[in-house]
Design a protein around this ligand. Structure first.
Ligand code: HEM
Length: 306
């Protein structure tokens, strides 16, 4: 089974589009699912340098309409968390498009064509245009993505294999749109910021164990199974927004073949590990969306199209 183009590296630009659709218009939805790859080629072929790609995800409720008899084992609505300082909220979403390219205009063109194919009554409930900031930094000023699995490891981390063979080649995408309070963040000293993240700001080197607080972002997200094996996800976060306070932040997207790994990271961040020891980043950043999607293999996408 061929996965959708998940394993690619970060690009200069990305467009994240989440839509709700009227489930009874399933013929329109199926035809959109079937044509998404062709539409991507129609745009991308003309701009080969731009490396245009699109991953399509389907939310739990829509899946139940399209394929009531057979469902990916771990596809369910995003699990809300009532956290210590912030809640990880769940927000609606039936279809998700993760569009990436080296130019935002090319992402926009594909999004426009996909939008035109949404059935009547659909609503784009969230659209975020992300950009590369400097040397892969988030708007907090830290390099984001360093500890991602490398090219040889991504498939093993993000793409389902024999553990759910009907859905081999698929992946779970968890998305959250975080808004930053940059005024409060920038009032910290660089050392305080580094303690919140767990890495040095300028040179991106991880703090040593002795100087890394247990509530640092990387400390809470560096997790292992019972055998001591590291548990990883593939993150393709992008900065977005304008200079105005409250409009900018990080669009978090994590692909996993086992979504319980992402969910454990979220529990660590919001509820804390040990409980109460929540992620210091959450004092400065608030999720305003939260949705889980299943991204089928290219073959299954065609079969869903009928
Ligand atoms: C690491 C930023 C949300 C999972 C990092 C790093 C930064 C960062 C700067 C260090 C460099 C790196 O390895 O990438 C952010 C920001 C977020 C956010 C600004 C939102 C405001 C999340 C969420 C998850 C997550 C929601 C998981 C559900 C991870 C993991 C690592 C990481 C697994 C690597 C930890 C390790 O060193 O092993 N993040 N992140 N992040 N983040 Fe996040």
């Amino acid at each position: 089974m061929r996965p959708q183009p998940i394993a690619r590296p970060l690009t200069e630009a990305a467009l994240f589009m989440v839509a709700t659709v009227p489930p009874d218009l399933s013929d329109d939805i199926r035809s959109l699912l079937g044509d998404a790859e062709g539409l991507t080629k129609a745009v991308g072929f003309r701009y080969p340098h731009a490396q245009l790609s699109c991953v399509v995800g389907i939310g739990s409720a829509l899946w139940d309409h399209l394929s009531p008899m057979l469902k990916p084992k771990q596809l369910h609505p995003f699990i809300q968390l009532h956290g210590v300082v912030r809640d990880a909220i769940a927000t609606p979403g039936d279809l998700f498009f993760h569009i990436r390219a080296e130019e935002l205009g090319i992402c926009f063109e594909l999004a426009r064509l996909l939008q035109a194919r949404l059935p009547p009554g659909s609503v784009i409930v969230d659209e975020v245009q992300g950009f590369r900031y400097l040397d892969q930094r988030d708007l907090l000023g830290f390099v984001d993505g360093t500890e991602n699995p490398d090219a040889g490891e991504v498939l093993g981390v993000a793409i389902i294999g024999d553990e759910d063979s009907d859905f081999a080649g698929g992946s779970y995408a968890t998305v959250q749109k975080y808004l930053h309070n940059l005024t409060a963040w920038n009032a910290l000293t660089t050392e305080e910021q580094e303690q919140a993240v767990g890495r040095r700001k300028l040179d991106n080197v991880e703090l040593d164990e002795a100087s890394k607080p247990s509530n640092a972002h990387v400390a809470l997200n560096n997790i292992h199974d019972d055998g001591g094996e590291e548990l990883a996800i593939y993150r393709l976060n992008m900065p977005f927004g304008s200079l105005r306070e409250g409009t900018n932040g990080t669009y978090f997207i994590g692909y996993a073949k086992d979504v319980s790994v992402t969910e454990r990271m979220l529990r660590n961040m919001f509820l804390g590990d040990p409980p109460g020891n929540y992620d210091r980043l959450l004092d400065f950043s608030t999720p305003t969306t939260g949705t889980l999607f299943f991204c089928p293999s290219l073959e299954l996408l065609q079969r869903l199209a009928g």
